[in-house]
Design a protein around this ligand. Structure first.
Ligand SMILES: C[S@@+](CC[C@H](N)C(=O)[O-])C[C@H]1O[C@@H](n2cnc3c(N)ncnc32)[C@H](O)[C@@H]1O
Length: 419
């Protein structure tokens, strides 16, 4: 883990990577596999896998949400090893962009972005040669492998998003809502401050981790259908991942400001990501029971039957399609990634149980069944572990000590080996 001596400019207030015990678990699993290639197919901002790449491991990350991937890019060896030059060139170009005249007549705005911020973003896009044709929203797009200057300019605007959007605080501190008071201040000056803060963070924390030669760090946007962007010709030493949990936390809302800025930059619709996420809260328009359900592990089928026969409100109309969609798309993602792993390779997964009233799906059994079907077994070298989480950050509200539901969750630290 990076040495946290200065405050980090990264959005980590609510979800900032693996926990300390998860990081220890990962290190025990990969210690003898230096130089190997490790894939996280649902990587978020990949704080800890980014650190691994700096330390010499080869890392491939994917996520459906390109806003998190922008922050991951700011931790990549490619950008970190060229930090000074990147920042200097960035600041030079930035001075050529006109600071938006504050044209708003009101103090509040209904959206994340005001009209003058949108004008600034359009000009920013032109000056930094951020092109339409290569977009980070496109699965497998060349955007992430292209010129690092547009990647840096895109990522820095996303990094600063929370300081220039209009938002209303919500009851849950993690989920701010769009619309609210228009922030005062000079957008160009703000970006200068963020560039300086990133450079300082690189110097004080990340550059110390940078090995020569560093590992490789490949970023791809994941397809919306549960498959992977990475080609199946790449031999993978292992998968390390923490999938979304089925607790109706919407990552596209959690990343609202960052995603709004990125969507404006590339003229995209963030609803597409909201609907395609594993664990999406949108059930309207989902396919009913179909062939894909037949590929589910037996424990998942049993859980769905229990949910269907439950008496609670919306058991059948909401919770059944919600859990079915979650389990089908997660099984597909886990098995697609597992299929890429070479013989003797590993699969590390951090996951929580699914709970609906009295029904509980034991995530250890579910993942074991899914991975057994593609040639994995639980490993003796590192025993899987169970942790009780009492204070899940996503459910915390400012004035409450516990979680919203006062409910503990079971989190599994799982380790499998391919036969
Ligand atoms: C628990 S978070 C992972 C956090 C990560 N370990 C980190 O350090 O930031 C789960 C991630 O899965 C991503 N996700 C959801 N659906 C996905 C899909 N279909 N393909 C790839 N990633 C997806 C979410 O965007 C989210 O970033």
């Amino acid at each position: 883990m990076a040495n946290q001596t200065t405050s980090s400019p990264f959005f980590a207030r609510s979800y900032g990577g693996f926990s300390l015990s998860q990081i220890k678990f990962i290190h025990s699993a990969i210690a003898h596999r230096q130089g190997g290639v490790f894939l996280d197919p649902m990587a978020g901002q990949a704080r800890d896998l980014g650190d691994l790449a700096l330390k010499g491991w080869n890392v491939i990350i994917e996520d459906i949400n390109p806003a998190c991937l922008c922050l991951a890019a700011l931790r990549s060896p490619q950008l970190i090893s060229r930090a000074d030059r990147l920042v200097n060139r960035y600041l030079k170009k930035l001075t050529t962009i006109k600071t938006p005249a504050i044209s708003e007549t009101d103090f509040v705005n209904d959206e994340w972005l005001t009209p003058s911020t949108i004008c600034f973003i359009k000009e920013y896009k032109k000056k930094f040669e951020i092109r339409e044709g290569s977009t980070p929203f496109e699965p497998g797009s060349i955007f992430w492998d292209g010129d690092i200057e547009p990647i840096f300019a895109t990522a820095l605007l996303v990094l600063a998003a929370r300081k220039f959007v209009c938002y209303r605080p919500s009851k849950n501190t993690t989920w701010i809502k769009e619309g609210g008071i228009i922030p005062l201040g000079d957008l160009r000056k703000l970006l200068v401050e963020f560039a300086a803060s990133w450079a300082e963070h690189v110097q004080t924390s990340l550059a110390q981790l940078l090995h020569t030669p560093s590992g490789s760090f490949k970023i791809s946007t994941a397809p919306a259908d549960g498959t992977l962007a990475v080609s199946n010709t790449t031999p993978i030493s292992g998968v390390i991942t923490s999938p979304p949990y089925a607790n109706r936390l919407d990552y596209s809302v959690m990343w609202g400001p960052e995603l709004a800025v990125l969507c404006e930059l590339f003229d995209e619709d963030r609803q597409k990501i909201k609907r395609a996420q594993i664990g999406t809260t949108v059930v309207r328009g989902l396919k009913n029971k179909d062939a894909s359900e037949q590929a589910l592990p037996p424990s998942a089928m049993h859980f769905l039957n229990e949910v269907a026969s439950g008496k609670g409100k919306a058991s059948d109309s909401y919770y059944l399609p919600f859990f079915r969609n979650y389990l089908v798309s997660l099984t597909e993602k886990l098995t697609s990634a597992a299929n890429l792993v070479e013989q003797g390779g590993i699969f590390v997964c951090f996951i929580r149980d699914c709970v609906r009233k009295d029904a509980r799906l034991d995530a250890e059994i579910f993942v074991s069944e899914a991975l057994k079907s593609v040639g994995f077994e639980q490993s003796d070298a590192l025993k899987s572990d169970k942790v009780i989480i009492k204070n899940h950050v996503g459910l915390r509200r400012p004035l409450e000590k516990g979680t919203v539901h006062g409910m503990a969750q079971i989190e599994w630290h799982l380790h499998f080996k391919k036969r």
